[in-house]
Design a protein. Structure first.
Length: 301
C-alpha cells in the first residue's frame, strides 16, 4: 500500500495575528510518498529539493519523527514505513516549509492507517513537528495546512481552532527575497513584553481582520492588516520592506506584510491578475537591488 500526498504552503500571522492567524494557499507545497513495508520501523529513503539541508536521521527529520509518534499513538509502533520527501518550496522562507512537510507526512500515515484520526486531531502531532523544527510548537502554519482556508487559533491551552470564512477569489501575491531568516532566530529577536496600549491596538486589529473576513469587507481587512508588535523588528531583515509595501499597495493590494517569520512578504488581493501584477513589481524592484527572488501567485484555499 502506498500514498502520495501534497500539503500546502501557509501564510502565518497574517500581519496582526502573531501565532493565532494563518491561511493556506493552493501552491507551492511539499509532497510525501509513503509505503507500508514488512520491515518494522520508520525509514526515510530520500529527500529531494532540499539541497542537502534537511536531516536524513529519522529521529531528527520532522516527517519521520512525527510519523513515529503517530504510530505509537495508535498502538502500532512495530509497523514498517518507508518515506520519500520531495520539497517543492524554499526552506526557511516564512512560507511554512517545515509545516508543509510534516502535514503531508501525517496526512499520508493517517491515510495508510484508515484515517483513525480526524485532520483536527492531527494538529497537535503537527505542532510537535514545528517544535522539532524551530523550538516552538506554534499552530498558525500547521492548522491551516491541515484544515485549509483561514484559521484562527483562539487558544493554545486548551487547543481551540476556528475555521474562518473568507471572500471568494481571494489571492495572495507571495514574494520570497532569497535571504535566509530561520524561524528560530526570527522568534528570538522579538520582544516578549508589550505595553497595554500596544496590545489594545493589536487586538483591535485582529478583531477587525476577523470581522472583515466575515463581512467580505476588503477595506476593513486591509486597514486591520497592521502590526505594531512584531513587524517593526522583523522587517529590518527584509530588504527594502517599506518600498515593497508601497509598491504592493499602489498596485491594488488589500493589505501587505511579512509571511510568517519572513523573509517572504505577501499581499492579499481580490483576484489573480492583481496578485500577478504585484509579484512582477516586487520582483523587479528586488532585481534592481541585486536580490534574487521567487514569486507565487496563489489562491487562498
Ligand atoms: N507565528 C510564527 C512566527 C510563524 O511568526 O514565528 C512562523 O512561520
Amino acid at each position: 500500500k502506498s500514498v502520495k500526498v501534497f500539503a500546502p504552503a501557509t501564510v502565518a500571522n497574517v500581519v496582526c495575528g502573531f501565532d493565532v492567524l494563518g491561511f493556506a494557499v493552493n501552491e507551492p507545497g511539499d509532497e510525501v510518498i509513503m509505503r507500508l513495508t514488512d520491515k518494522p520501523g520508520v525509514s526515510l529513503l530520500k529527500i529531494t529539493g532540499d539541497e542537502g539541508r534537511l536531516p536524513l536521521n529519522p529521529d531528527k527529520n520532522t516527517v519521520s519523527a512525527i510519523a513515529k509518534q503517530y504510530l505509537e499513538h495508535i498502538g502500532r509502533p512495530d509497523a514498517g514505513i518507508e518515506i520519500e520527501l520531495h520539497k517543492k518550496m524554499p526552506i526557511g522562507s516564512g512560507l511554512g516549509s517545515s509545516s508543509a512537510s510534516t502535514v503531508a507526512g501525517l496526512f499520508a500515515i493517517n491515510t495508510l492507517f484508515d484515517n483513525q484520526l480526524t485532520n483536527r486531531e492531527l494538529v497537535p502531532f503537527a505542532m510537535k513537528g514545528e517544535e522539532l523544527a524551530c523550538g516552538y510548537g506554534h499552530a498558525d502554519n500547521v492548522a491551516p495546512a491541515l484544515l485549509g482556508g483561514f484559521v484562527l487559533i483562539r487558544s493554545y491551552s486548551p487547543l481551540d481552532i476556528i475555521s474562518l470564512p473568507f471572500p471568494q477569489d481571494l489571492h495572495a501575491a507571495i514574494v520570497y527575497p532569497e535571504v535566509d531568516v530561520p524561524t528560530k532566530d526570527a522568534r528570538q529577536m522579538i520582544r516578549s513584553k508589550v505595553y497595554l496600549k500596544d496590545a489594545v491596538t493589536q487586538w483591535g486589529n485582529v478583531a477587525g481582520l476577523v470581522s472583515g473576513l466575515f463581512m467580505n469587507d476588503y477595506d476593513l481587512i486591509g486597514r486591520s492588516m497592521t502590526d505594531i508588535l512584531v513587524e517593526p523588528t522583523r522587517s529590518i531583515l527584509i530588504p527594502d520592506f517599506e518600498i515593497l509595501r508601497a509598491l504592493a499597495m499602489e498596485s491594488g493590494a488589500i493589505g501587505f506584510g511579512i509571511s510568517g517569520s519572513g523573509p517572504s512578504v505577501f499581499a492579499l488581493t481580490k483576484d489573480a491578475e492583481t496578485a500577478n501584477r504585484i509579484t512582477q513589481k516586487l520582483q523587479h524592484h528586488l532585481k534592481n537591488i541585486a536580490i534574487n527572488s521567487l514569486a507565487f501567485v496563489s489562491e487562498v484555499n
